[in-house]
Design a protein around this ligand. Structure first.
Ligand code: IVH
Length: 672
């Protein structure tokens, strides 16, 4: 392919991929499979690698991140970023509406929107191309966080449609979808890391990260709420927003009642009341509703105060909080030994569910709140699954309520707790003797995403530990039927299943074995990175902190934890026993030289010429990955790998037989 052909193809691919992005993320209505999408993206990536001069700043390949920003550039806003005046009562909304109505004899129109609880962003587009994205900062100057914002799939890099000004800015709110936030925290809990407190701060922290690839992984989202341009676009705010929707932006849709044109105070109140209850069903947090005068001329007439427009007001919802009695505090021990204090409360109804427990995070938090047993505490529910204690109702405190004293010893094994310099969490250091940690580690080891041992569940693990049959992961592989059969609730069949499940663990690939070991801070992603970089446990064992940090996304803290694990003689013995049990502690040689069984059982016919591989290379790749080559299309053919200049009769035959016709890029994606 020459440069001009490549340029054409790159343009075509970029256009197609943006379209699919839009269908998938903005409209939630994909028209191709993920597999096909990945194929197109890979093709674009490889063309951009071959012709770097043709790679655009706004290419869909930028969505996966990778650009590092050492220091964010300060940028002065073209239009200052103001704030909204807040109100907490309906009377204030009535006053706002009356003031606005006095201005004119004409009928007033208002637009009601949600007040998204996220991070404000201003994005500039020049000739339909993403130019830069700037944070609010102090309202006058913000930071250019373009590389990070480009990873947000609902923010277009190239606009669709027509009629947008040559140079304009669009503003909106970037937020952490609740399902993504809870998933992130769940992952952190699994690797024993402190949980993030709330979606908004986490979104804000994420956007300030230097590594855009990390941002891409977090799946942030954005709603747009205002278009700013020196050129006039339309007469009203609502039509501007709807136009922005046509240009490809993720806007609130009237169909979902997320934006509504209101002609009276009653309409406005309806909107407020609707969302006051319905907001709990959204997959993002809002902290209120915004009411804006719709017509731009009327907006100008109303004008601005020093900080905020007079044509808009925010109605803030009261945080959903209740007061209830703190009956006691219990302490949970995690599999990494981390201690989490939990408040036991007098049951109380909050946002539709009965709450009996709330998280207290750590000792600092308890101290900061100055908690005492029998206090009435405020409990709030945000986007998190577990509600949290946010304060104490001091007016209701009894004089004899004594301050809480944090435990000094493990509630499970009575070992003295430790707290490392700079860490918020207390730990039980008795790794090998603390029953909860022992059980937790083995439960993690057998988990679905780790060794995935069928026929074994959490309860059985508890039973086996309590019976003294196992005390660590390696002991599982020494279990024999005659030890298990006498146990309560164990029949021949369940014992057979269990032992078969344990044997099958030998097939689990190295990266999952590494994850299963339960090394602190080594979650699934880190385990994958380590496995793919070092290829075997032997080379990880001999890696220095520097070697470890050299791996993408591995920092000092993870590196130290990995070293600590493999320097520990107990762990060394365990790993050795697991190696003797024949678990996978390396990536097999065949796989390293490109041999896989990804195409096993699949038969291919190659026809035509290809851009990146010769036909012989393709045949070799098919064999290396376990597939079969065949000369002619028949009913046994699974795929026709079609290049340029393929004969029409072959295509016809494949179509008649229902054989799938794939491109070189599709094929590359299959074996990637
Ligand atoms: S309009 C001149 N609309 O609230 C006012 N702001 O306190 C322009 N926000 O910084 C803002 N949802 O980050 C507007 N539908 C919405 C909003 C919204 C959230 C945030 C925004 C702004 C802050 C103002």
């Amino acid at each position: 392919m020459n440069a001009s052909q490549a340029e054409k193809r790159i343009q075509q691919l970029s256009h197609e991929l943006e379209q699919h992005n839009y269908n998938y993320y903005v409209l939630s209505n994909p028209s191709i499979s993920d597999f096909e999408f990945d194929g197109l993206l890979k093709e674009l990536e490889s063309l951009e690698q071959q012709f770097p001069a043709l790679a655009s700043e706004n290419s869909p390949t930028k969505r996966v991140g990778g650009d590092i920003t050492k220091k964010f550039k300060q940028v002065t806003h073209d239009f200052p970023m103001l704030s909204l005046s807040n109100s907490y009562s309906k009377e204030e909304i009535i006053e706002f509406e009356e003031r606005a109505r006095k201005l004119t004899d004409a009928d007033m129109e208002y637009v009601c929107e949600l007040k998204y609880d996220g991070v404000a962003i201003g994005i500039r587009y020049i000739n339909g191309q993403f130019n830069r994205a700037v944070t609010r900062g102090d309202g006058t100057k913000g930071e250019d966080i373009s590389a990070n914002v480009k990873t947000i799939r609902t923010i277009p890099l190239q606009l669709r449609g027509e009629g947008y000004p040559a140079d304009f800015e669009i503003r909106g709110e970037i937020f952490f979808p609740l399902d993504e936030f809870n998933r992130l925290n769940q992952e952190r809990e699994e690797i024993g890391e402190a949980l993030y407190a709330n979606p908004r701060n986490t979104a804000s922290g994420t956007l300030k990260n230097q590594d855009s690839a990390l941002v891409a992984n977090r799946n942030l989202n954005c709603f747009l709420y205002g278009v700013y341009s020196r050129e006039k676009i339309s007469e009203t705010h609502l039509s501007n927003v709807l136009l922005a929707g046509e240009w490809g932006f993720n806007i609130p849709r009237p169909e979902n009642n997320m934006i509504r044109l209101c002609k009276s105070i009653d309409d406005i109140m309806d909107f407020i009341n609707y969302w006051d209850t319905e907001r709990h069903k959204l997959n993002f947090e809002i902290d209120g509703v915004v009411i804006k005068v719709n017509n731009f001329i009327q907006q100008e007439d109303l004008g601005y105060t020093a900080k905020s427009p007079r044509w808009a007001i925010a109605y803030k919802f009261k945080a959903e909080a209740v007061a209830t009695k703190l009956e006691s505090v219990s302490y949970q021990v995690g599999r990494t030994g981390a201690i989490t204090p939990v408040a036991n409360l007098a049951p109380v109804l909050l946002a539709g569910t009965t709450v009996k427990r709330a998280s207290l995070h750590n000792a600092d938090q308890i101290e900061k709140l100055d908690l005492r047993i029998n206090d009435f505490v405020f409990v709030e529910k945000g986007g998190e699954i577990i509600p949290k204690v946010t304060g104490v109702d001091l007016a209701r405190r009894q004089v004899d309520n004594v301050p809480l004293v944090y435990i000094t010893h493990c509630p499970d094994c009575q070992t003295e707790l430790v707290r490392k310099e700079g860490e918020a969490q207390h730990y039980c250091p008795n790794e090998s003797g603390c029953p909860t940690q022992v059980k937790g580690r083995i439960q993690h080891f057998i988990g679905r995403r780790a060794m995935d041992i069928e026929g074994l569940g959490a309860e059985t693990i508890d039973q086996l530990v309590e019976e003294g049959l196992i005390a660590n992961n390696a002991d599982l592989f020494d279990l024999r039927a005659e030890q298990l059969l006498p146990l309560e609730r164990m029949a021949q069949k369940s014992v057979d299943n269990m032992l078969a499940g344990i044997t099958k663990a030998k097939l689990i690939p190295f990266e999952r074995v590494l994850f299963a070991l339960g090394i602190r801070y080594v979650g699934e992603t880190v385990a994958k990175k380590l496995a793919r970089h070092f290829h075997s446990v032997e080379s990880i064992k001999s890696a220095s902190i520097e070697d470890l940090i050299a791996v993408d996304e591995i920092g000092q803290r993870i590196a130290e934890s990995v070293r600590e694990f493999f320097d520990n003689p107990d762990q060394q013995r365990l790993v050795e026993r697991l190696q003797n049990a024949e678990l996978q502690f390396a990536i097999p040689e065949e796989q390293l030289i490109g041999k896989t069984d990804k195409l096993s059982g699949q038969s291919f016919v190659i026809s035509g010429v290809f851009d990146r591989h010769s036909r012989d290379e393709l045949k070799e790749l098919i064999e290396k990955n376990g597939g079969k080559n065949s000369g002619s299309v028949s009913s046994k053919t699974n795929y026709l790998l079609a290049g340029e200049g393929m004969g029409p009769s072959k295509r016809q035959k494949a179509e008649d037989l229902g054989v799938q016709i794939i491109s070189e890029a599709d094929f590359e994606a299959m074996i990637a």
